[in-house]
Design a protein around this ligand. Structure first.
Ligand SMILES: [Zn+2]
Length: 272
């Protein structure tokens, strides 16, 4: 499975004062959640959320219904640290915790912790799949100035009653495919037509590519959710804020949409 993000990534970072390395990290996380979401054909939400003590304090990427993406990065404002273009995932996020969450449409959710001991996001994801899901998986991510390309190879389980010989053949086949996959050079994944790249990589294998699916940047915020969040703040505090500022303006961090509440609405306790 593969993904290429261009306008969706551009929309997610549009108008954001993120350094380039932070934009790249966000794009890589967005590419990762879309790959996972489509791999398991998950109709709900898939999120990847890292919290650390590096120059980036929080990074969050979400894919809803396999197609709608959004994401955000928060820099460490309490302890600002310089960010260089060449910094890898681990250097950017520091010592961190990362969670992969799947929300199901019935309201239930599943969360797995992703170790962040490796330098690159793709290595951490491979580690996660091998250890938590017992699925051999390889990831490749590639970033240019305008595009993020991700590619993902996952081994399907052998048949339940497979003989030892079949299991050995499956293992050898997996090792062969991974060793070919690892020959992708840095920059190659993003710069080439993906079909041509796969045919070059696996010249003796049949390759079937499904029709590409259109992805979009989409935020799930709305006034109702915003009002709900405001209602968690004490009414005295809200009134004070509204009096000071002639109302309350709430701006969504993901998409920049602004929700305005008049001082009269707030003082009447009528937030809709
Ligand atoms: Zn929004």
């Amino acid at each position: 499975m593969w993904v290429r993000l261009n306008s969706v990534w551009a929309d997610a970072i549009h108008g954001r004062p993120y350094p380039d390395a932070a934009k790249r990290l966000l794009g890589e996380m967005m590419a990762t959640v879309v790959l996972i979401s489509n791999n398991i054909k998950h109709d709900g939400g898939v999120t990847l959320h890292a919290v650390g003590d590096g120059p980036i304090k929080t990074a969050f990427a979400e894919c809803q219904g396999q197609e709608a993406l959004r994401g955000i990065v928060r820099l460490n404002e309490d302890d600002p640290q310089p960010i260089h273009e060449a910094m890898n995932f681990k250097e950017l996020i520091g010592s961190s915790r990362m969670a992969l969450t799947m929300q199901f449409k019935n309201g239930e959710s599943y969360q797995g912790l992703v170790s962040t001991e490796h330098e690159m996001l793709e290595q951490n994801m491979e580690h996660y799949f091998e250890n938590s899901e017992q699925l051999n998986t390889t990831f490749a991510l590639d970033t240019s100035t305008e595009e993020i390309t991700g590619c993902f190879l996952q081994r399907l389980p052998s048949a339940d009653l497979a003989s030892d010989l079949t299991l050995a053949q499956d293992e050898a086949e997996w090792v062969r495919l991974v060793s070919l996959f690892r020959t992708i050079h840095p920059g190659e994944l993003g710069s080439k037509d993906i079909e041509a790249l796969l045919r070059d990589l696996f010249p003796n294998d049949s390759i079937r590519l499904d029709h590409p699916k259109e992805l979009r940047f989409e935020c799930s915020c709305d006034r109702e959710r915003c009002s709900k969040a405001l209602k968690t703040i004490s009414s005295d505090e809200l009134r004070e804020l509204a009096d000071e500022n002639g109302g309350i303006q709430v701006t969504c961090e993901f998409c920049g949409t602004r929700y305005d509440y008049l001082a009269e609405e707030i003082s009447a306790g009528f937030i809709t």
